[in-house]
Design a protein around this ligand. Structure first.
Ligand code: 6R9
Length: 656
């Protein structure tokens, strides 16, 4: 990364000190960093005391055979017991675990820990009836309904690793995942609600399972009541089985390294990687970070991760972290604009949400819709905000803090991955003076660095590759069924140093704080200058007329790569309904030039109505690159809305 590029991002000099009141009562203070630095294993051993163990471990970390880690060796525990039973035993059975909000207005359910315990036990008893044994994999393909959490915990209770396949994935994606982990049971529903209408799921399961001879049973929740095709031998209704099963089930304790779940994520090749997480270390890592980074006070906080459970953020921060901590959470089924664009804020006001965790792409969408919409609701209960999934540009950070957080809430920009399982880089709310756009430092107990091609630290003021230098409790243990690929993908590049290669570029500013620049494959090389797509996107979004921007490097004969930008204009810039005039495009190009330098001026800027995004909110730049390079667009099955690409290509046709 050129120093010129780095200097440009570092001109952000706003700082936000922790609110005094929060700092005074914060769960974690600055001392945690020193304590963890002095002895990381002792630090994690102490964090592990927050979890209930059936048998205590006798060794914190076994790193004798890297990169295959074992945490809390010899320890035995049950994840579902930790998430549910122990809270009931502690007298908190009446506490609400989830305020569940369905998409249709007034379709809500509050579920207490005691009710959750009964339901999880019933589902576990049903899975046993269906032949599920410890170690068997179970696929879950569900909408955002409470039964999804119940299903996951029932699997965990039996030691049957679940693989949750995001409900927006196609039947072929589901089939590939079922086959890869050889699941014999699939849990699904007739459908869910999306944008005001039922969206079917069962037909995709039928299609997938037709090619999975190993699947013996499909357990189906009735959610929408729409007609479904039924196979009497194979399919069973949840309400005929789970809801009639016994609420008695004694959880068995499993080894700390017993597989908890497999979560598929895309890699650089076509075949998705099944990331394996195990029980003890994962629960310790997710529960500690959820408590520390969000300063969770289980008695008074109402916590909301506005993400899908089919994504790792949902696993770690809707299910395992919050439940292990006995938190009260909101869980919402639908989209932010159904039935109106103020839905989220209505939910925050109704449940007095204190902590909201979402992705920058959502924040930029709200920016586009305008501040008047959240302003209509009482958001004063919010005391902490979180961001995850991609770099948050300073403008979105400030808007989030000011318009949603009333200018008083700290913003936790959490960097982590499916592979890391838990937060790795983040401010701490009672300690860190936040800088908009920086994820700041590794959390206590985690060691990261920014290194060059040889694995040497680049030092403050420079950019390079983000690595994790020591094992951490919630780390992935392997890629399901493919130890070789696990070693190759993450550990080979810095084998000499024993570092985990995250695949992200980052820079250290003069204070040593980390600015994550995005995937290294998103780094462009334009006429020999290395430029980050994020940096140019950030410059575009800092223009008052731009709501959201995506930048890709398209192959260019002259410059190696040329910068192609796709922008969504703010509603206010669109007033009058005229087509984006050339003058605006020129204005935007000049704006980027003045923010970063002439070298960063996009070669083309296309105004689009939407950007292609995955369900987890990541912009699929690969598809935009196809457009920029005049190719047929590739696979669009993982898009949240596949019609977006048609709209964009229509725009290209018009030559706007
Ligand atoms: C949790 C999650 C991981 C990739 C990661 C990075 C990007 C996530 C980020 C961030 C900058 C943050 N990413 N959080 N980039 N700042 N706060 O998103 O997992 O879906 O596996 O994605 O997301 O590029 O490598 P996953």
């Amino acid at each position: 990364m050129s120093n010129e590029t780095l200097a440009n991002l570092a001109h952000e000099d706003r700082r936000f000190e922790p609110p005094k009141e929060l700092a005074e009562h914060a769960n974690v203070t600055a001392a945690a960093y020193d304590e963890a630095d002095a002895d990381p294993e002792a630090f994690w051993a102490k964090a592990a005391e927050r979890i209930s163990w059936d048998t205590k471990w006798d060794r914190v970390l076994d790193w004798d055979n890297p990169p295959f880690a074992k945490w809390f060796v010899g320890g035995k525990l049950n994840a579902a017991y930790n998430c549910v039973d122990r809270h009931v035993e502690a007298g908190n059975g009446d506490r609400v675990a989830f305020h569940w909000v369905g998409e249709p207005a007034d379709d809500t359910r509050d579920i207490t820990y005691a009710q959750l315990k009964d339901q999880v036990s019933q589902a576990a008893n049903t899975l046993i009836e269906l032949g599920v044994k410890t170690g068997d994999r179970v696929a879950i393909y569900m909408p955002m309904i409470p039964e999804t959490v119940v299903a996951m915990l029932a699997c965990a209770r039996l030691g049957a690793p679940h693989t949750v396949v995001f409900g927006g994935f196609s039947s072929s994606a589901l089939r590939d995942r079922i086959q890869d982990c050889d699941a014999h049971v699939v849990i699904t529903s007739d459908g869910g609600y999306r944008r005001g209408a039922p969206a079917a799921l069962k037909p995709a399961v039928d299609e997938a399972v037709a090619q999975c001879p190993g699947v013996e049973h499909v357990l189906v929740v009735r959610r929408t009541g729409e007609d479904v095709t039924w196979d009497d031998q194979r399919d069973v209704w949840w309400h005929d089985t789970v809801e009639k099963a016994s609420t008695d089930h004694t959880p068995e304790a499993f080894d700390a390294e017993h597989p908890l779940y497999v979560m598929y994520t895309s890699g650089t090749t076509g075949k998705p990687k099944g990331i394996l997480h195990t029980t003890g270390g994962y629960l310790v890592g997710t529960s500690w970070t959820h408590w520390a980074v969000f300063d969770l006070k289980p008695e008074t906080d109402v916590y909301w991760t506005a993400a899908d459970i089919g994504w790792v953020t949902g696993h770690s921060y809707i299910v395992y972290g919050p439940l292990a901590n006995g938190a009260t959470s909101v869980m919402y089924e639908g989209t932010p604009d159904t039935p109106h664009k103020g839905r989220w804020w209505e939910i925050v006001a109704k449940y007095k949400v204190t902590t909201l965790y979402c992705a920058p792409t959502a924040i930029r969408t709200f920016m586009k819709w305008g501040r008047d919409i959240p302003a209509e609701h009482d958001l004063s209960s919010l005391r902490l905000l979180g961001s995850v999934g991609e770099p948050i540009n300073p403008e979105a950070y400030i808007w989030y803090r000011d318009q949603i957080g009333g200018g008083k809430t700290p913003v936790m920009d959490t960097w982590w991955q499916t592979e890391t399982g838990m937060h790795m880089i983040s401010p701490l709310p009672g300690v860190t003076a936040g800088k908009p756009g920086s994820a700041m430092k590794a959390i206590p107990g985690v060691s990261v660095d920014v290194v060059d091609d040889d694995g040497e630290s680049v030092g403050n003021g420079n950019g390079g590759y983000l690595v994790v230098t020591k094992p951490w409790p919630a780390m992935l243990r392997t890629i399901w069924g493919d130890d070789e690929r696990f070693k190759e993908t993450y550990w080979e590049r810095y084998a000499a140093k024993g570092y985990y290669f995250a695949g992200d570029g980052a820079k250290l500013d003069d204070d040593g704080d980390i600015w994550v620049l995005g995937r290294v494959d998103d780094v462009m090389n334009v006429s020999g200058h290395r430029l980050s797509t994020t940096e140019i996107e950030s410059a575009l979004v800092s223009h008052p007329k731009v709501a959201e921007a995506a930048v890709v490097g398209a192959t260019d004969e002259q410059s190696g790569q040329a910068i192609n930008a796709f922008v969504i204009l703010r509603e206010s810039a669109l007033k009058g309904g005229e087509e984006a005039p050339d003058a605006l495009i020129t204005e935007l190009r000049n704006h980027v030039a003045s923010e970063i330098g002439a070298i960063a001026k996009p070669k083309s800027i296309l105004v689009v109505p939407e950007l292609p995004k995955t369900r987890s909110g990541k912009i699929m730049r690969r598809l935009l690159r196809d457009v920029a390079e005049h190719r047929d667009v590739g696979d669009v099955t993982t898009l949240a809305d596949s019609s977006v690409m048609d709209q964009i290509q229509e725009g290209v046709g018009k030559g706007s």
